[in-house]
Each structure stands twice: as structure tokens, then as C-alpha cells.
Design a protein around this ligand. Structure first.
Ligand code: HEC
Ligand code: HEC
Length: 241
């Protein structure tokens, strides 16, 4: 069922890349939902919907099958790229994965690179719980991209003071409240996201985190990201399958 789909979509994307302007099909344009800049913004407005999806019975094989479309960027083991261009997804909470996929697909988180793959043309809504459960079940790779290690004492102090209460002592997050696992994430990605969150450019961010990050210098962002990139969540970390 999926194979003919891929055959249809990939040439379409190739055509989209080759032509410019007026002939662009809809699939290329990410919609835009109000985000953190909006007055009545609720960062977890889709919480009930996500919880309902999480109650469904999970089919890991179906998740693995649906994930095939994502591997070109996020890699087969979900580890992304150590330079942080593509985030590490393995071992992330299913709740967080579904929220981010929905936010990207509906346009409260900008991601023009991934959008065509998050759209219904490739990522079926019904596959969301399966793909998220499959990714959560993969071990967090122990060899993620780390920072330069030059300012770790400052990074640790900042993390304990400002981040630990939400992201946990080992960067384990909180599945119930959609707080991501940060352990095992690549330094380059952490720095990019934290700067975007601070500068209100990651529009699906949590406003209480934005308050904490306001006033952070770029040096502080790098120091705390470096510390985070070394956190280990023992129960989910393992070698590649
Ligand atoms: C063309 C490359 C590409 C493909 C294909 C792709 N992604 Fe992504 N994805 C990205 C990039 C780039 C980001 C990070 C964007 C940013 O920096 O904000 C991302 C971010 C994500 C995130 C958010 C991670 C986090 O920690 O917040 C999730 C979840 C995700 N992708 C899942 C998927 C799934 C599932 C698929 C397949 C259906 C997929 N991606 C296909 C490039 C891609
Ligand atoms: C009030 C709780 C809270 C605090 C405090 C907090 N965060 Fe977060 N953080 C969150 C939530 C919730 C998300 C997910 C938001 C979303 O849905 O996009 C998040 C997302 C992130 C992400 C993106 C992860 C990903 O996978 O894309 C990074 C990086 C991050 N936080 C770093 C930090 C750092 C660094 C600090 C401390 C300086 C911090 N956070 C403090 C709640 C918090």
C-alpha cells in the first residue's frame, strides 16, 4: 500500500524542487498556526487529542514501516546527525514525538525541511501513535554529538538552577507533561533550539521556559547545552539495534 504512495510522491517532490514559483503544489507550503506570539496561545492546546492517540493499541511493526520515510534524515536507528542538523529521536517520549509531529504538520513549529514528510501525503494521521511508540522503544545512542567541554561547571550550575525542575536530573523530561528527553541529544541541535526558544522563533515553545531563558547570553546557552549533551538516561540508553 505504501510503496505506490512513495512512487507517486517522490517524483512530485523532485518536480517541486526543479520548478519554482507558480506551479508549486500545496504539499510544499507549511501552514502557519498562531504560536507563542499570539495572546491566547496555549502551548499544549492539543493535549487531549495526544492523550487519546496514546491510548490506542500500538503496532510497532506499523510504526517501523511508517518510519522508513524519515530515515534519510533521522537515520535508521533514529540517531539523527551528530552535528545536530537532524535531531536524535530514539528513546524520546511518545507524547513529545506526537506533539512535535502535529505542531510541524499544522504549522506552529516552523520546519520547511521536514514539512513535506510530516504532511498527510506521507505521514498518515493514524500512524502517529505507532511511529511514536516505535521511536520511543529504540535505545538512545550513547555516542551523540557533544559540546567542546570548556565551560561545563557553568553549564551544570545553569542546568541545576533553571532546567532541572522540568527536564529532570538526568535530562529525562516528563512524558505526561510533554517535556522532552534531552539526554543523548546532539549539542548542535540543543544550541539551535535553545536560541530559537529564547528568541521566540520556536513558536510552539513552553512560555515558562521562555521566561527562564530570557536574558541568557549565547555563551550561557552553549555552556548549558554542552552540559545537557553529556547527560545520560540509563534506562533508555543502549547500543544500536
Ligand atoms: C528532509 C529531512 C527530514 C525528514 C525526511 C524528516 N525530518 Fe524530522 N526533522 C528534520 C529537521 C531538520 C528537524 C529539526 C528542525 C529544527 O531544527 O527545528 C526535524 C525534527 C523532527 C522532530 C522534532 C524532534 C524534537 O526533539 O523536537 C520529530 C519528532 C521528527 N522530526 C520526526 C520525523 C518523522 C516521524 C519523520 C518521517 C515521517 C521525519 N521527521 C522526517 C528533518 C527531517
Ligand atoms: C517550565 C518547564 C521548563 C523549564 C524550566 C525548561 N524547559 Fe525546556 N522544555 C519544556 C517543554 C514543555 C518543552 C517542549 C515544548 C514544546 O512542546 O515544543 C521544552 C523543550 C526544550 C528543548 C527542545 C527539545 C527538543 O527535543 O526539541 C530544549 C533544547 C530545552 N527545552 C532546553 C531547556 C533548557 C536549556 C532549560 C534551562 C535553561 C529549559 N529547557 C528549561 C519545559 C521546560
Amino acid at each position: 500500500m505504501r510503496i505506490p504512495h512513495l512512487v507517486l510522491v517522490l517524483p512530485l517532490l523532485a518536480v517541486v524542487g526543479a520548478t519554482q514559483g507558480s506551479e508549486r503544489p500545496e504539499i510544499q507550503e507549511q501552514p502557519r498556526l498562531p504560536g507563542i506570539e499570539a495572546e491566547d496561545y496555549a502551548w499544549d492546546h492539543q493535549a487531549d487529542e495526544i492523550r487519546a492517540l496514546l491510548e490506542q493499541e500500538v503496532d510497532y511493526e506499523q510504526g517501523r514501516y511508517a518510519y522508513v520515510y524519515c530515515q534519510g534524515c533521522h537515520r535508521q536507528d533514529g540517531s539523527g546527525r551528530p552535528d545536530g542538523t537532524y535531531p536524535q529521536l530514539a528513546g524520546q517520549h511518545a507524547s513529545v514525538l506526537i506533539k512535535q509531529m502535529l505542531d510541524i504538520r499544522r504549522g506552529s513549529r516552523e520546519n520547511p525541511t521536514m514539512y513535506p514528510f510530516a504532511d498527510e501525503h506521507i505521514l498518515y494521521y493514524d500512524d502517529l501513535p505507532h511511529i511514536a511508540a516505535y521511536l520511543e522503544s529504540l535505545p538512545i545512542p550513547p555516542d551523540n554529538g557533544r559540546g567542546p567541554g570548556e565551560d561545563l561547571a557553568r553549564g551544570e550550575r545553569l542546568y541545576q538552577q533553571d532546567c532541572k525542575r522540568c527536564h529532570g536530573a538526568n535530562g529525562e523530561g516528563d512524558a505526561e507533561r510533554f517535556k522532552p528527553v534531552l539526554a543523548g541529544q546532539h549539542y548542535g541541535y540543543l544550541v539551535r533550539q535553545t536560541v530559537e526558544i529564547r528568541d521566540l522563533e520556536r513558536r510552539n515553545a513552553n512560555p515558562d521556559m521562555v521566561k527562564v531563558l530570557r536574558g541568557y547570553t549565547d555563551g550561557e546557552v552553549r555552556a548549558v547545552s554542552d552540559y545537557i549533551s553529556r547527560l545520560v538516561m540509563p534506562e533508555r540508553t543502549g547500543s544500536h539495534r
